[in-house]
Every structure is written in C-alpha cells, then in structure tokens.
Design a protein around this ligand. Structure first.
Ligand code: NI
Length: 390
C-alpha cells in the first residue's frame, strides 16, 4: 500500500486547510475558530457524528465503516493548538496573530487527520468505527487529559489510539517509531529555601540561603549520576534561581529555584520526586535553613504498546518503503500529552518526516506540506489495517 492516490488528488485542498489554520493560530484551550472549522469540515465530509466541546474545546467525529461485525472502534488523534512565538518564516500564509504561531506543526497534524477523515468517509472500506479526536491544549494545558476525563474514549468505545507528530531532520516521506517509551514524563518543581538574611559582611550572623541553594543544585545532580540506575534515563535541571535580596551587600532571606525532571520509567519518576524532596530538606536542614518543594506533576511518558507499534510499522513501511522507516528511533526527553490517551488505551505514536526545517518551537519552523500525503495515508491505512472490511 503506497501513498493513497486519493491524497495526491486531495493535496491542494488539504494544504489550503493547513495554511488557513497556520494563518490563524490559537493557544491552549482557546482554539474556537480552529475547532469550529474542524467540525464544519467533518460535517461536510458526511461524518456520522460530530460533537464539539469535548474536553472543553475538543472535537470528536465518528465515521462508521461499511459493516460493524466487530463492534470495535479505533481512535485517531490530532492536536490543534499553537504556541506564543513571533513567527519569522516570511511565508504568505504566516500568522496573522502577532505573537502566536503554529511552530510545532499542529496545523499540519489537524489537516492530515481531516484529509484522512474525508477519504475514510468517502470509502468506508473498514469494519466498525473510527473516532477522530481533535484535541486542544497540547502545549502545556493537558488537553489530551481533558478529553480522556471527559469520557471521549469510553463514550465511543475506543479500544486503541494512534497519534502522529512531524519531525524536522527526518526526510519527508520517512517515518520513525519505537515500541516502549518514546517521549518523556515532564514534571516541574519549585524549591524554596528560607534562611536568615543580614549584612553581607557579617555572614556568621546569617543563615545564607544562597550558599545552601548552591549546595542543593549540586546535590540534585546526584539523582542522575548516583541514585538512578545508569541504564535508565533521568534529567534533573534547575533552570531559575531568584532571591529576595535587593542589593549586592544584603544576604537574602529566601531563595526560590525552579526546574524540571524528565524520565521514562514510572519507578524512576517516583524515585526522582522522593529524592528531590529529601535532598532539599536534608541540605537545608544541615545548614539551619528550611527547604520546601512544591511539585507540579506534568505529562506522563508516552509509551507505545508493542503489538500496536508493529501494525504502525507495517502500515508505514507499506506507504514509504522498508528503507524509509526507522523502527528503533531513540526516545526523546520532550513530552507529549497524547500520553494520557496511551495510558488509557493501547496504541502508538509515530513521527513523520518534515525534512530539513528549523526545529519545532523555533520562530523559523515551517511545516512541509509535501508530508501531508504520507501522514494522511498512515492515519487512513491504520484504520484499514486494524479494522479490515470483510
Ligand atoms: Ni507538538
């Protein structure tokens, strides 16, 4: 099964949808224009059910196959939100909203899934149902979790889910995936060290939270180097440090540090949280200060199920050819909130090549419309492979 011919015919139309989304980027849950357009198109394609407002501003569209002997449904997900970035591509379809940009290619993901929807509604060459999940707020808002919590998977009896992201650096027409963890869990922490301020020339009369914080930053590095199994991955980064000192000669009372922990394994994730808290309170206590940690759990790790990854690979190879599909790409320390859907149901998340563009989240990033037939073919191909018509 190479790229479906229908997608070559539909390419100008899908590209026009994509560029319209690109010119009108919306942030987090405020994807009202995008969601309305997605719903309008799905209705025009003849989808059997289109429901708006799932998980706040998500859209769910259902397409029934030619038969329903299996009673099964599979979910295909795309994200709709953009980023608070000033676009520098200079394209004629560049953002018309200053300070907002589709710099992660979610406009492309949404357009590719719409293309697959149009094809699937035309052909219906499958058994059971396809449930299209257009989610808001991937970029930090947890829109995927909102859709799961809103019951999007239960309500339509979805038994497996698939998602896709474009990948700069991977040639257009190529795919990459791996079974198991693909994207990291991303937690945030805020550390507050409270000592006793005073004159910088009389340090012995103070409990200096600056020096204690320096020890804490170094102590936290032992989580990766001495606490977690070196064959498992973890990143602990302290990224900001501020104090309440107004001047070069005042030892502060309080220092606040913020950072992130990235991990793949649930046990490693829990261990890192426990050790961050222990190191902060232990080091602060040793020097007579108090140390407090506020933990903000972020997206869980994105974990591909082995069997579903096998199907995803087979479909990708059918489209792109054996040589253009990587089956063991290295996991990435970035995070992705499709992880909530993959925690709820087995499935897989695949990368589709975007060629030699700037990286995602960069002001010069540019989605390559030539990737559309590959991505759309994969979405449609997964349905025909997993729900074969009798
Ligand atoms: Ni993204």
């Amino acid at each position: 099964m190479p790229v479906k011919n229908r997608f070559a015919e539909l390419l100008p139309e899908i590209t026009a949808w994509r560029r319209d989304f690109h010119a009108h980027p919306e942030l987090l849950f405020d994807v009202h224009r995008t969601a309305a357009r997605v719903a309008e198109l799905c209705r025009a394609f003849g989808c059997d059910e289109v429901v708006e407002g799932v998980g706040r501003t998500g859209v769910v569209a259902v397409i029934r196959g030619r038969s329903d002997r299996s009673g099964r449904a599979i979910g295909l997900r795309a994200d709709m939100d953009a980023l608070p970035i000033v676009e520098q591509t200079g394209r004629d379809y560049a953002s018309k909203s200053p300070g907002r940009m589709h710099a992660c290619g979610h406009d492309g993901h949404t357009a590719m899934l719409l293309g697959a929807a149009k094809y699937l509604a035309e052909t219906r060459n499958f058994d059971g149902r396809v449930v299209l999940l257009f989610q808001p707020a991937e970029e930090g808002g947890g829109g995927g979790r909102e859709m799961v919590e809103a019951g999007a998977l239960e309500r339509w009896n979805v038994s497996e889910v698939y998602g896709m992201h474009n990948q700069p650096g991977l040639p257009v027409g190529h795919f990459a995936i791996r079974p198991g963890p693909l994207m990291a869990a991303a937690d945030q922490f805020e550390i507050r060290v409270t000592g006793k301020g005073g004159h910088a020339a009389k340090p012995h009369e103070t409990v200096d939270p600056m020096v204690i914080s320096a020890q804490i930053i170094l102590g936290l590095q032992t989580i990766a180097s001495r606490i977690v199994d070196p064959l498992k991955q973890v990143v602990v980064s302290v990224c900001t440090i501020t104090s309440d000192s107004p001047a070069h000669n005042v030892i502060p009372q309080v220092v606040v540090m913020k950072g992130t922990v990235r991990s793949f394994d649930k046990a490693v994730r829990a261990l890192a949280e426990e050790k961050v808290k222990a190191i902060v309170s232990g080091i602060a206590g040793t020097f007579g200060a108090s140390g407090e940690v506020i933990w903000h759990p972020g997206y869980p790790a994105t974990v591909n199920a082995a069997e579903n990854t096998g199907f995803a690979l087979e479909v990708a190879r059918g489209i792109a050819g054996e040589a253009a599909v990587i089956d063991d790409i290295a996991p990435q320390m970035g995070a992705e909130d499709f992880s909530y859907m993959l925690e709820a149901r087995p499935g897989a998340y695949i990368f589709v090549g975007n060629g030699e563009t700037a990286s995602v989240h960069h002001p010069a990033y540019d989605f390559d419309d030539d990737a559309i037939p590959f991505g759309a073919s994969w979405f449609a191909g997964m349905v025909e492979a997993r729900l074969p018509a009798g």
